[in-house]
Write a protein that binds this ligand. Structure first.
Ligand SMILES: Nc1ncnc2c1ncn2[C@@H]1O[C@H](COP(=O)(O)OP(=O)(O)OP(=O)(O)O)[C@@H](O)[C@H]1O
Ligand SMILES: [Mg+2]
Length: 608
């Protein structure tokens, strides 16, 4: 063979070392491919272009190299090839680049594997065909195989009709962006999921399936709702204050003119005078109403002064006692060191009286009004349950009753001005609107928890006054939420609360078994007794109550190995607490709880 220097160097040898030798001698590694190829070219006289070759060279054993070569028949006479000419290009660098690319292709796979978003491919019939680990976790399963066995209509979509609608919408489209659907997790929790991705079609254009990214936006939706509620109140506030100001002016004119007329009335017009008095009386009542409206819409200026919340509440007890009938018992738990807030004592009293009046109206047969004052923290973690809170240290004043409670519908509207369920003439529907407005003026928050037939708790959060020294640590705000790796059995029938609590626990490291009622809680407890470190249970639940669950657990366990139980409850449970006094492995948190309260109580119980 003859060759040029470049080709000789490719093979790691000199030109002289090749000349006159057979292919098999100089290129033993590729000879098996090359020899038949060359034979065919000689036979057919046809060129072979862009042939890919690879192998080791004698000069560099152990390293695979790549070449691209084209072979042409060399013929002295047309049709009679007697030699072969070759152009050979070293292809190793390109192949290496390709390999690197394939490796970065593997990185794409890694991205899918490690993505925090769920990524899946599904069939039109409603099966997952491929899922990434994030999707498995999002749905609360352990393995990919479990998820591949699911039927989307039955096991994933809360409402199968929603999937049908989403598909119908996707029909004319190439891609789907931001469709929100309700899915359910393995444990039955509902989650809001945002789907974006590609519609996969057959060659004929029929939908075959979907390639989607699924994002769990449950928490985000809760935040949006809270923000929306705050905006709604803001708008109503502006609207009412505008009307109230105009009304105030009108009423001032009516009252002033009425007074002038009364003075000008001649003697012997007693009847007229009475009518006029009624007129001015009505105007005065109107003025009072406007005053309350303005209170709601934050147009009255407050006189903020430092005030010790626990001392203040003790002083208010007398007023409350006078306001409430004897059938209502008043209890008060106030941490003496709960803290000082900057508050207008008149406004604070109005808030309290409004809450107490509502509590009274909710307990026509009597009951308990419970006041509780303590210092607490609000964290970003509390936002899904507690409007748009500013994290920080607060004094929480909780007012609970054992009254009729409110259904969801009522709870959604309580704070709106003029919303009342009371007969005309009894309620104006301004009480809670005022509470909301006044608390807002104190840069605080109002949170409400209520269960029909059980009672209601309203919690006011007022920021701790600035000059107040913080108890321990540099600043309460920088404290970490206490967590752990223990296993918690969470029994809560409100799906939203349950989901928020579960997320919170998991976020700080706990393992969570979640149950939707006492019965399920008991089943889970029995199945995992040894694996559960603490039980958190709601008090009022369908089937088996928290108390029954507690009693069953205590009855079944050996005395030396007692389960820690944390009760959550929305209303005062003084009697209940008493009946458990002496059980050191029990604690209470009142709803609506905050992340820091709940996590602190859990730690305290676990470390006992
Ligand atoms: N503690 C409570 N228990 C049960 N329902 C309550 C409670 N507090 C408020 N509500 C419900 O919320 C509604 C609105 O309360 P709000 O105090 O704003 O108005 P009202 O009490 O009806 O009238 P007003 O306070 O102006 O006399 C009430 O009509 C009632 O249905
Ligand atoms: Mg009221």
């Amino acid at each position: 063979m003859q060759l040029n220097e470049t080709l000789a160097l490719m093979n790691g040898r000199s030109v002289a070392e090749h000349v006159g030798k057979a292919v098999r001698d100089v290129l033993p590694a590729i000879a098996p491919t090359l020899e038949p190829l060359l034979a065919r070219i000689l036979e057919t006289g046809e060129a072979a272009l862009n042939i890919e070759l690879s192998g080791e060279t004698p000069a560099q054993p152990g390293i695979t190299r790549y070449w691209r070569a084209s072979y042409f028949p060399l013929a002295a006479e047309p049709g009679h090839a007697d030699g072969i000419g070759a152009i050979v290009v070293e292809d190793t660098p390109r192949r290496h680049a390709e390999r690197a690319l394939r490796r970065s292709g593997a990185d794409y796979r890694a991205i899918v594997e490690q993505a925090t978003y769920g990524i899946y491919r599904s069939s039109l019939e409603g099966r997952f065909l491929k899922v990434n680990p994030a999707l498995v976790a999002m749905l609360g399963y352990e393995t990919e195989a479990q998820v591949l066995a699911l039927q989307l209509d039955r096991d994933v979509y809360v409402d199968p009709a929603e999937r049908a609608r989403a598909i119908a919408q996707a029909r004319p489209l190439e891609r789907v962006t931001g469709v929100q659907v309700q899915w359910k997790r393995r444990d039955g929790h509902h989650i809001t999921v945002r789907l974006s991705g590609r519609v996969v079609r057959s060659e004929r254009g029929d939908i075959k399936g979907f390639e989607m990214i699924a994002e769990d936006v449950t928490e985000q939706r809760a935040l949006e709702r809270a923000l929306h509620q705050a905006q709604k109140m803001e708008t109503i506030g502006r609207l009412t204050s505008g009307i109230a100001h105009d009304f105030n002016n009108l009423l001032t004119v009516i009252l002033a003119q009425g007074n002038l007329m009364a003075k000008a009335l001649p003697d012997g017009t007693a009847e007229l005078r009475r009518d006029l008095e009624e007129l001015t009386d009505a105007a005065r009542r109107g003025a009072e109403l406007v005053h309350r409206l303005l209170g709601f819409s934050r147009h009255e200026t407050l006189d903020l002064r430092p005030l010790s919340a626990p001392e203040w509440i003790r002083e208010e007890l007398h007023t409350l006692r006078r306001l409430l009938p004897a059938s209502i018992e008043i209890q008060c738990d106030a941490e003496p060191e709960a803290g000082v807030v900057d508050a207008d004592s008149g406004a604070l009293e109005q808030i309290l009286l409004n809450l107490a009046t509502n509590a009274r109206d909710a307990m026509p047969e009597g009951g308990t009004l419970h006041l509780d004052v303590r210092r607490t923290r609000l964290d970003a973690e509390d936002r899904p349950l507690h409007a748009w809170v500013e994290p920080g240290v607060y004094v929480c004043i909780a007012v609970s009753d054992t009254g009729v409670g409110m259904d969801r519908q009522t709870q959604a509207h309580v704070f709106e001005p003029f919303f009342t369920t009371k007969p005309a003439g009894v309620g104006t529907g301004l009480g809670m609107a005022m509470v909301y407005g006044l608390v807002k003026q104190h840069t605080g928050y109002v949170h409400l928890y209520s269960e029909v037939g059980q009672g209601t708790t309203v919690k006011l959060y007022l920021p701790l006054a600035h000059e107040q020294p913080l108890p321990s640590g540099p600043s309460g705000e920088e404290e970490m939420l206490p967590g752990g790796t223990d296993a918690i059995l969470l029994v809560e029938d409100d799906p939203h609360l349950r989901a928020v609590a579960q997320r919170l626990f998991e976020k700080v490291g706990y393992r969570v078994f979640a149950a939707a009622d006492g019965q399920e809680g008991l089943t889970l407890y029995r199945a995992h007794t040894a694996g559960v470190d603490l039980v958190i249970t709601d008090m009022v639940m369908p089937k088996i109550s928290g108390m029954q669950l507690y009693e069953t657990i205590r009855a079944a366990e050996p005395p030396h190995k007692r389960m820690k139980v944390l009760f959550t409850s929305g209303y005062p449970a003084a009697d209940f607490r008493q009946s458990l006094d002496g059980d050191p492995d029990v604690a209470f948190v009142t709803k609506p709880w905050t992340a820091s309260e709940l996590l602190r109580q859990i730690r305290q119980l676990l470390e006992k």
